[in-house]
Structure formats: C-alpha cells, structure tokens
Design a protein around this ligand. Structure first.
Ligand code: F6P
Length: 483
C-alpha cells in the first residue's frame, strides 16, 4: 500500500468503524459498529483529506484488510478512508487482551480485588512488549499517512504510547489523545510497575492535548502526572495543563452525548417495532419494566444489579407479578476467562431469580446475552426504570440513551461512579454501586415515582443527555487542537 502523507485529519483507535465476518458462501461481509464512539469519530467524514487508522480484530478482519491492501473498500465504510492494520495476532493478543483489557482496564475501573490481584511477572513483560509494538505500529502508520502539520486524534487506553512515539517520528503534527475510560487515582495507578506507569503517562503527554470525558477523570490524570512524574500542573479557569521535561500538554474535557436524531429515528423502524411487540408479549400486560443494557463486563456491575432486583422482590412482595426486569448483557472480550466467567455468573443468577420467584404466568427476569441493537432500542422504549449501576464508567451512554428513547419517560437509577453522573445526577436516583440494599430501595423509588414527576425528570434527563451530540464532541476536540 502506498502511504500518501496526504491526510489533514486522522483518527486512531483500536476498534474501527467496521468489522468483517464470513458469510455462508465464504465471502467477507462488512458490518458497521454502533455506539457513540463510532458515530462521534465518524464526524471525520468521507473526504479525501481524512484517514481512520484501526486494528484488524479478527482473522476475518485480517483477510479483508489484506484483500484490500490495507485500505478498506470505501463501499464497506460509507466512503470513509479506513486503514486497517494487520498486526501479528500474538502481538495483538498481548496488547489488547493482555495489557489493555486485563491490566489498564482493571486499573482505571478499580477492579482488582482478591482473588483478582495483579501479578506483574514475565508474562506481563511479554504482553507489555506487545503493547509497545502495537502502539508503534499505529505511530508508524499515522506518520506515513499524515500531511505536514495535520491533526491526529488518538483514542483510548489501547493507544497510550502512540502520541509520544508519533511525536518522535513527526514533530510537525498536532496530536490529541482522548481517554474513554475513567482515570485511576494516583494511589491505585501506582499498582503498575513504576516504569510502565511512567511510560503510560509520558506516552499521553507526548500529545499537545489530552482530553477526558469528565473533569473528575482529567483531574485524576493530572494528579498521577504530579505524583508519579513530579510534573507541574497549572490551572487557569476551566483549562489545566501539565508541564514536564520542557513540554506542555493541555488538558481538556469533552462529555460525549447521545445522538438524539439518530436514536429517535432508529427506535421507530419496523425491526424495532417487531421486537417491541415480542417483548410486550413476553412481559405481559400492566407490568412495570426495569431495563438494563450492558456489555457483559465486570465494571458494569451486572451481578450486584441482579442481586438488587432479587432484594427488591424479597423486600417488596407487592411487586410480585407486577414488575419485570429486562436485562440485556451482551458478551464482550470473551477471549479472556475472567469475562467469560462473569457472563456465566450473570446467567446463573438470572436463573436463580426466575426459579425462586417465577410463576406459571410471570417471568420476573428476562435475560438476553445475544447482541441485538434493535432489541435494545425496543427495551429502551418500554422502560419505566433504567438501571445503570457501574462500579466505574468513563461515561455510560445507556444512561443517556434510555431517557431519549423511552416512550413514557423513565426514572433513572444511576451510579454516582459513572461519568454520566456529572451531567445527569440532578434528575436521577443516585446509588453507591456496591450497596445492593440501597440499589434495591432505589429501584422501588423509581417504580413508585409519580407519572408526572417521572415524565418531567425524564425530559430533563433527555435534554442533558443530548446537549453534546457525538459530532460536536469530535469537532470540538479538533478545534481545540488549533490550526
Ligand atoms: O469504554 C472504553 C471503550 O473503548 C469504549 O469506547 C468501547 O465502547 C468499549 O471500551 C469497547 O470495548 P471493546 O472494543 O474491547 O469491545
């Protein structure tokens, strides 16, 4: 593939806008991803001056990337110029499964607890070497593609080393880094081996600007820079900056909102209506509905959410037969045993609730584990109460999407540890995600909220949730990098 050094705007992320799967006839078909990240980054547009660099995530992606010579067929990407990197599978596994999803994800979400304690041994070191190569592969590709002085937006915890590596290769570029996760406080971040912790911070500080979803995560990052690197942190009004080794990195905050126009239109298409009818049938008439939709992943705290629902049924028998909990828990990162085990625990708990409380004509809990976006939207429309109780979350778009889509307005039970809490806290029912009893009480409060109040709060939640649409999130970051 000939690299052109022609792109004026570049995005780099682990997951790209499309993934590939083999159809029955053996051909490769492209599937466009959903979610705020893809729609936000899609604002990069389809003009000739932009390139999105991402990794091949599977053998099918690799085959498609190879067949297309690295640059995907624009017919698959809606015209977008996408360069998919064919990274050696062992390197990819070490970087993505090993460092990104087993270490950095756990650190930023404070997920380590006995028996899941970190052991930084020789396997970790091999994975760390993979993470370095993986980040270098992105830096090489970006350096090849970028025109003189262009803007590069590097995304997330998979690519913390890329900004610095790219600056070494191309000092002329304007580089931004955006973290979609929370950031760990210094005392927890120090779990990482000292050299690794420093490399992660210095990698991001290679950017001209590092941005976060909330002020809380931005402040945690600057606190880590001050504590671990001895960097100088300055604050001038809403803007802060980190000065280290003669360079200054500006720090920004950009909340990512729900895409109201897209969601409202998509939620009324025939495939959603069909699923809505099927769900209504399954739920039964005159029953309240509690909805949750998550990737099955430890930070989402699905297990404590199900325990809270069980406590609701145990402490409020008046809800028996009058409420149904619709829980969609879509498998994520199943190459890793810890994520697979978590899905199995969720399934076991759901069965227990149904066998303890279910009756011939009432199934108290409907759990689905197969990803289906149209069915999620149908559940959003039915929600009387949305349960979003992560242990920690960068933002959590479900908390923002349900109030936008729900037909009758919903009460939102929201963890104070979700980034979305900064924008939605005033009109939600706040919970400490570890407190199962308090979560059960919050569910009861949501279910008994008077209709008028629920509708009014839901309207305000929807307004707050859509204040910063994904496209604006992207364009604001680009503007902040300057011209
Ligand atoms: O929250 C961080 C994040 O990268 C999100 O942007 C994204 O939705 C999620 O993790 C996806 O994780 P994965 O690509 O591992 O499925």
């Amino acid at each position: 593939m000939v690299a052109t050094r022609a792109a004026q705007v570049l995005v780099a992320s682990n997951r790209g806008p499309v993934s590939y799967a083999r159809a029955e006839d053996g051909s490769l078909t492209a599937r466009r991803g959903g979610g705020g990240l893809v729609s936000g980054l899609s604002a990069i547009g389809a003009d000739a001056g932009s390139v999105w660099v991402c990794a091949a995530l599977s053998d099918d992606d690799r085959a498609a990337a190879e067949a297309a010579g690295g640059r995907l067929d624009p017919a698959d990407t809606g015209g977008q110029s996408v360069r998919m990197l064919d990274i050696d599978p062992a390197v990819f596994a070490g970087a993505y499964n090993g460092i990104a999803n087993s270490v950095l994800w756990f650190v930023h979400h404070l997920l380590y607890a006995t028996p899941l304690e970190p052991v930084f041994n020789q396997d970790f070191r091999a994975q760390w070497a993979s993470y370095e190569s993986y980040n270098a592969a992105f830096a090489d590709a970006l350096a090849e593609e970028a025109a003189e002085g262009s803007a590069v937006l590097v995304q997330d915890y998979h690519l913390t080393l890329t900004p610095r590596l790219l600056r070494e290769r191309r000092p002329d570029l304007r580089i931004g880094h955006f973290s979609h996760t929370p950031w760990a406080p210094p005392d927890y971040f120090r779990l990482l081996p000292d050299d690794v912790a420093a490399e992660v911070l210095l990698g991001i500080l290679g950017a001209d600007r590092a941005a976060f979803l909330t002020r809380r995560w931005a402040d945690a990052f600057t606190a880590c820079c001050a504590d671990l690197l001895g960097a100088e942190v300055t604050t001038d009004g809403a803007e802060s900056a980190v000065r280290h080794d003669g360079r200054t990195t500006r720090i920004g905050v950009h909340g990512l909102g729900a895409d109201a126009e897209f969601l409202r239109e998509r939620a009324h298409r025939p495939d959603v209506n069909e699923r809505l009818a099927a769900l209504r049938e399954q739920i039964g008439r005159d029953r309240k509905v509690i909805v949750r939709v998550d990737r099955t992943e430890l930070s989402k705290n699905i297990v404590r959410g199900l325990m809270a629902y069980e406590r609701l049924l145990a402490t409020h028998p008046e809800w028996h037969g009058r409420v149904v909990h619709v829980a969609f828990a879509y498998p994520s990162r199943h190459d890793l045993a810890v994520y697979r085990d978590y899905t199995a625990t969720v399934q076991r708990l759901a069965e227990e609730v149904n066998s303890r409380y279910g009756t011939v004509d009432w199934q108290p809990l409907i759990l689905h584990v197969r990803d289906d976006f149209a069915r999620s939207l149908a559940a959003y429309r039915l929600a009387d109460v949305a349960l979003v109780n992560p242990i920690r979350d960068g933002m959590n778009l479900v908390a923002k999407e349900v109030p936008v889509v729900s037909d009758g307005g919903c009460a939102l039970v929201l963890s104070r540890e979700a980034g979305a809490f900064a924008e939605l806290g005033d009109d939600s029912i706040t919970v400490n995600p570890y407190d199962v009893e308090a979560t059960a009480r919050a569910l009861h409060e949501g279910l008994t909220m008077p209709d008028g109040e629920r509708a009014m709060r839901s309207k305000r939640l929807a307004a707050a949730a859509t204040a910063l649409p994904p496209q604006r999130w992207f364009l604001d970051q680009l503007a902040a990098l300057g011209g």
